[in-house]
Design a protein around this ligand. Structure first.
Ligand code: IMP
Ligand code: MG
Length: 180
């Protein structure tokens, strides 16, 4: 299967697909046919995003934003910078930010504040994964796929130094890889 850089598969393809379907159904119900703009945070959320939008039965627009918080390795630098802004204005729109993982909470706190200032009609956050034990700032997502332990994960869009995003499962990285 995988080489020694992967400790184990944490969430299988089937588990992901079934949870993504549930999240899509929940969002569809909550917005009752109202239009939604889904904002994909590049690059980690891209795989989740592509699957999620197809499970939402509302009038959907998509947009992309990129911010960076990680200099490299497995720990956040605590600083967030905008790398690519949205292509369209969001004033008066229902926005859902789609993220791969909430870790320290720093990235999403920054993003939410940034987008809130543009006066959307509503602003929520949907994250595939959540590591609540790692928070440095208080932050709670509105839609969470899976809450996980404090282990560094890769695959299904998530990377280690830009590698392994293409693994179809969410896997735990072997601590030897990053000296953990
Ligand atoms: P936060 O600002 O610390 O919440 O970091 C959020 C970002 O850190 C995520 O969007 C990911 O890109 C990255 N990240 C945090 N934990 C992991 C992990 O376990 N694997 C891969 N990326 C992670
Ligand atoms: Mg990310």
């Amino acid at each position: 299967m995988y080489g020694k850089e992967i400790k184990k598969v944490l969430i299988t393809k089937e588990e992901i697909a079934s949870r993504v379907r549930e999240l899509g159904e929940q969002i569809t119900l909550d917005y009752r046919g109202e239009p939604i703009t889904l904002v994909c945070t590049l690059r980690g959320a891209s795989v989740f995003f592509a699957d999620l939008i197809r499970q939402i039965k509302c009038d959907v627009e998509i947009d992309f934003i990129a911010v960076s918080s990680y200099g490299g390795g497995t720990n956040t630098s605590g600083e967030v910078k905008m790398v690519k802004d949205l292509s369209s204005p969001i004033q008066g729109k229902n926005i859902i930010i789609v993220e791969d993982i909430i870790d320290s909470g720093v990235t999403l706190s920054y993003l939410k504040k940034l987008l809130e200032a543009r006066q959307p009609r509503s602003l929520k956050v949907c994250s595939l994964l959540d590591k609540p034990s790692r928070r440095k700032v208080e932050f709670e997502g509105d839609y969470i796929g899976f809450s996980i332990e404090n282990e560094y994960v890769v695959g299904y869009g998530l990377d280690y130094n830009q590698h392994m995003r293409n693994l179809p499962e969410v896997c735990v990285l072997a601590p030897e890889v990053y000296g953990g």
